[in-house]
Design a protein around this ligand. Structure first.
Ligand code: IVH
Length: 682
């Protein structure tokens, strides 16, 4: 089942089919994980499956089934040799957060629910132990029952094994019925010892300490459990009556410690910044702890407020799991597809089982070119290590497990039009040379041509281009300017499904307005290989008309600062190609190019007009996309690399190398606040 499509692009039928698939997959993996201690997926892969399920259910709420894993926790517990026990209150799982911003959102949601100011909330932070949760019931000071979480509502009776875990007290000095919950875990040292023993005995080793703990706790024979040295951290105490009366989570942990339980180091935090600090400290200590942790659990400190918050679905509203986000994760390559770019470049893309890397769900990774496949010997079925740093595009670092399948072969024909592919001199990339007739290429090219840095035609995105192309209404970019005439042949646009009088006339008006175009936008829209907005700006700063640029020699172009010889040659050759020139002539019959035609709506006197701007670090108050839109609509060009040509660098939180580089070059810098003050925001 392909899970690579964006949720927004799914039809109801596709969503329904994918949900059925996800439900059964999640159940299967739950069973493997909880009942058999034999997981096939990494945590990140499992989290990604669930995240996808939630995202689809959120978009298509009518498809939510009462049996969805989003409504239940943990594993189905059929076929278990243990007696079933119903929990006094469900043993839930926590929602994940991956950034301080996510934690802030969690605080805001809790405060909104309670109708109080977030500043009035206090939080108890604890390390998130990577084990499995268990419940122990004491009656009049003695252990009466121990159980696993099971499916969250019904667990398995493992009293005989709970009795032999050394740091679960066998008696406690409290009368009445008391429940203690916590995490059963195996220390890293015991894990290594047990695995060495298993390997020398010819038994399969455990994948990680948590699986080892799970497999050891669910043993019929308590002697086996005893030999595995399980340990326990307590984090919750309650009683149906008033035998336990704690007001805060911090008090609860202190009480647990006083009655003989092991509890982890914890800290009271007053805001997300303090939580972030605890999290960073925990991350720094992570390697030197004797047990594994995978994040911070952040809990509303007041037990009264915890009760008022209750839960929604399978998650309580009072706590969140702030996970350490792996900047790397492993996943399986399920397919390799070929994507064809606007200038004919064929790029292999690996489709992987979705994994969470640095908080983003990744399901596609570009392989750049076929040399990468050759060098790394990549085949479908292989396991790959995927990395992502900051907001950069995910990349395949290495192949960590070979499947033994045949290496992916370089295509000899274009996946879209079937014409032979070529390898251009000196470059690793493969190209389809059928530039103006290959459907895949043309659709991408027309979409690019109509996009924001080029002709900026509002209402003409990829979906509309695909629709018009398939219908025949638009076959080449220049047909955009004949769209209205095409009504005689194809019928009124306003009568097509999804279109109306207003949307059709808006589109025609937007096209008409772009018949006068700046040289910069025109050159950008040609999609000359290697020429994006930034290089197009360098070219149009040096040549005043399209004719001058067309006539320029490689040397003339090479003379421009920041344009190297090989790019200069590519640009020069582009204009020597008769098909490209015919395209330019056709375009010039429909549009007028004016060197100084301003970017639409931009004020030439504005701060960012025709300036090169670079963003670095995270913006807190707005998305990077929104910020880019603001400056580009003021006439700026946004690039990703700081160079001597950069006019401004906008510096967000945790800016890195670009900030340093800009400082070295002495480029004017603006903080987010200064930036916001400098642009018009409606
Ligand atoms: S509190 C509503 N505190 O993380 C569940 N859980 O998905 C409240 N865990 O099932 C649990 N360390 O197995 C809590 N200090 C801690 C924890 C912790 C590990 C586990 C637990 C829970 C899962 C959350």
């Amino acid at each position: 089942m392909a899970t690579s499509k964006s949720v927004d692009d799914l039809s109801l039928l596709e969503a329904n089919a994918e949900l059925a698939f996800l439900r059964s997959e999640i159940r299967r993996h739950d069973d493997l994980y909880y009942n058999r201690a034999m997981p096939e997926l990494s945590d990140a892969e499992y989290d990604a499956l669930r995240a996808r399920l939630y995202a689809i259910e959120k978009k298509f709420p009518t498809l939510i089934s009462a049996h969805s894993p989003s409504r239940s926790i943990g594993a189905p517990i059929d076929n278990s040799p243990f007696a079933k026990v119903r929990h006094r209150s469900p043993m839930l799982s926590l929602e994940n957060a991956f950034s301080v911003l996510d934690v802030e959102r969690f605080f805001a949601r809790a405060a909104r629910f309670l109708r109080i100011n977030p500043a009035a909330l206090e939080f108890c932070c604890e390390p998130k132990i990577d084990g499995l949760s268990a419940s122990v019931i004491y009656i009049d000071g003695k252990i009466a029952r121990g159980s696993t979480r099971g499916n969250g509502y019904v667990g398995e009776d493992i009293t005989h094994n709970i009795m032999i875990i050394s740091d679960i007290p066998k008696t406690i000095p409290i009368q009445g019925e008391i429940e203690i919950r916590g995490e059963v875990y195996m220390s890293s040292e015991d894990f290594n010892d047990i695995n060495s023993e298993r390997i020398s005995a010819g038994e399969p080793p455990f994948a990680n300490p948590r699986n080892a703990a799970a497999g050891s706790l669910r043993q019929i024979d308590a002697a086996i459990t005893a030999s595995r040295h399980l340990q326990f951290f307590a984090y919750h105490i309650s009683s149906p009556g008033d035998a336990v009366n704690v007001e805060t989570q911090v008090d609860a942990l202190n009480m647990l410690a006083n009655i003989g339980c092991s509890v982890t180091e914890h800290r009271l935090c007053r805001d997300a910044t303090e939580v972030g600090k605890f999290h960073e400290d925990a991350m720094a200590k992570r390697g030197s702890l004797r047990y594994e942790i995978d994040g911070t659990v952040v809990k509303v400190n007041s037990i009264l407020l915890q009760r008022r918050l209750g839960f929604s679905g399978r998650n309580p509203r009072h706590s969140v799991a702030f996970k350490f986000s792996a900047s790397e994760a492993e996943s399986t390559i399920t397919d390799i597809v070929l994507s064809i770019g606007r200038s004919g470049r064929i790029t292999p893309v690996a489709i992987i089982n979705p994994v969470n890397v640095s908080g983003a769900i990744i399901s596609r990774v570009t392989l750049h070119n076929f040399d990468t496949i050759d060098k790394k010997c990549i085949a479908v079925g292989d396991t790959a290590l995927i990395a992502r740093a900051g907001d950069v595009i995910p990349k395949l670092v290495s192949i960590t497990k070979k499947s033994g399948n045949q290496k992916f072969e370089v295509p000899s024909v274009c996946p879209s039009c079937g014409s032979p592919v070529t390898r251009r001199e000196g470059v690793a990339d493969m190209y389809c040379e059928n530039r103006y007739a290959c459907p895949g290429q043309v659709i991408n090219y027309i979409t690019y041509f109509a996009s924001e840095p080029c002709f900026d035609i509002i209402g003409l995105g990829k979906i509309q281009v695909e629709e018009f192309y398939t219908e025949g209404r638009i076959k080449t970019a220049v047909d955009i300017f004949r769209l209205q005439e095409k009504e005689t042949e194809f019928g009124p646009l306003s009568q097509k499904p999804g279109w109306g009088v207003v949307s059709a006339s808006n589109l025609y008006n937007s096209i008409k307005a772009r018949k006068h175009i700046s040289l910069l936008r025109f050159v950008t829209a040609l999609a000359i290989p290697g020429v994006g907005e930034h290089i197009a700006k360098l070219l149009t700063d040096s040549f005043s008309t399209i004719e001058e640029l067309v006539a320029a020699s490689s040397n003339d172009i090479d003379a421009i600062d920041n344009i190297g010889a090989s790019l200069a040659k590519k640009v020069h050759l582009f204009f020597r190609n008769e098909i490209n020139m015919a395209h330019i002539r056709n375009l010039l019959e429909s549009v007028t190019v004016d060197k100084d035609s301003p970017n639409y709506g931009a004020n030439p006197a504005g701060k960012y007009y025709k300036k090169i701007v670079v963003f670095t670090g995270n913006l807190v108050g707005m998305s990077r996309e929104h910020a880019k839109q603001l400056v580009t609509s003021s006439g700026a060009i946004v690039t990703s690399v700081v160079s001597s040509k950069t006019d401004f660098v906008i510096v967000g939180e945790r800016a890195g190398a670009k900030l340093k580089h800009a400082q070295e070059l002495g480029i004017p810098m603006l903080s987010e606040e200064e930036f916001v003050a400098s642009v018009d925001i409606d």
